[in-house]
Design a protein around this ligand. Structure first.
Ligand code: SF4
Length: 212
């Protein structure tokens, strides 16, 4: 790819770099998935079910993975055929189906969660302060993509009713009022199982403090 395709300014160069990372991720995800007899999408669904630690409805899986209902349904059916997930009636709604991992599926999910190790190794070579700044920058980008409707909302601290942001996290940590936890910038969670969405005004205030 020649220089300048995405622009000569910082925005273009950052975009170009992120696209190169996405190429590496796609290629590594396919390499892992082919070795495991799955597709990257199927691997992603297994990891999602493992992270959530409980059954999920097809609609929830589609929303979380930003896949269409048809693609999600096909991927889940394939996983079911391989004995990695099972569908049961949802406990709170007998008409809906909930998907959960089987014992074999849990083993496969643990393996699937390891394919990004190559990325973790590269990030691990950065200094601590670089990793902190990188994570803050990524969270801000994720937030922007959520606001644009490009990706689904995450259960992250920054949209949580219990999060108290610090104006100077290097000196005073952020705070989780629910868990009574001090949080450094790299402790801020992207997917928290006890997250509770804050009202719009609180989220706006939190982002104003965090983004300064
Ligand atoms: S409950 Fe979870 S998401 Fe909310 S502030 Fe605490 S750690 Fe963050």
């Amino acid at each position: 790819m020649s220089e300048g395709v995405y622009g000569e300014q910082a925005t273009g160069r950052v975009t170009h770099s992120l696209l190169r990372l996405s190429t590496a991720m796609r290629s590594q995800a396919w390499e892992w998935a082919e070795g495991a007899g799955l597709t990257p999408t199927q691997g992603e669904i297994l990891v999602l079910l493992m992270q959530r630690k409980g059954p999920m409805r097809l609609g929830e899986i589609a929303r979380e993975t930003a896949l269409t209902a048809a693609t999600t349904s096909d991927a889940v059916s394939t996983l079911e055929g391989k004995g990695l997930v099972e569908k049961r009636r949802a406990l709170d709604d007998g008409r809906a189906l909930a998907v959960r991992l089987t014992a074999r599926g849990r083993t496969a999910a643990k393996r699937a969660a390891q394919w990004p190790d190559f990325l973790a190794k590269a990030v691990g070579t950065l200094r601590d302060d670089e990793q902190t700044m990188f994570y803050r920058t990524l969270l801000k980008t994720v937030h922007q993509l959520e606001a644009q409707g490009t990706i689904p909302p995450h259960r992250m601290c920054l949209s949580c009713a219990h999060f108290e942001p610090s104006k100077n996290p290097k000196k005073t940590p952020h705070y989780c009022a629910l868990l009574d936890l001090k949080l450094s910038d790299t402790d801020v969670r992207l997917d928290c199982s006890v997250h509770e969405t804050a009202d719009a005004a609180t989220q706006k205030k939190t982002w104003k403090i965090y983004a300064q």
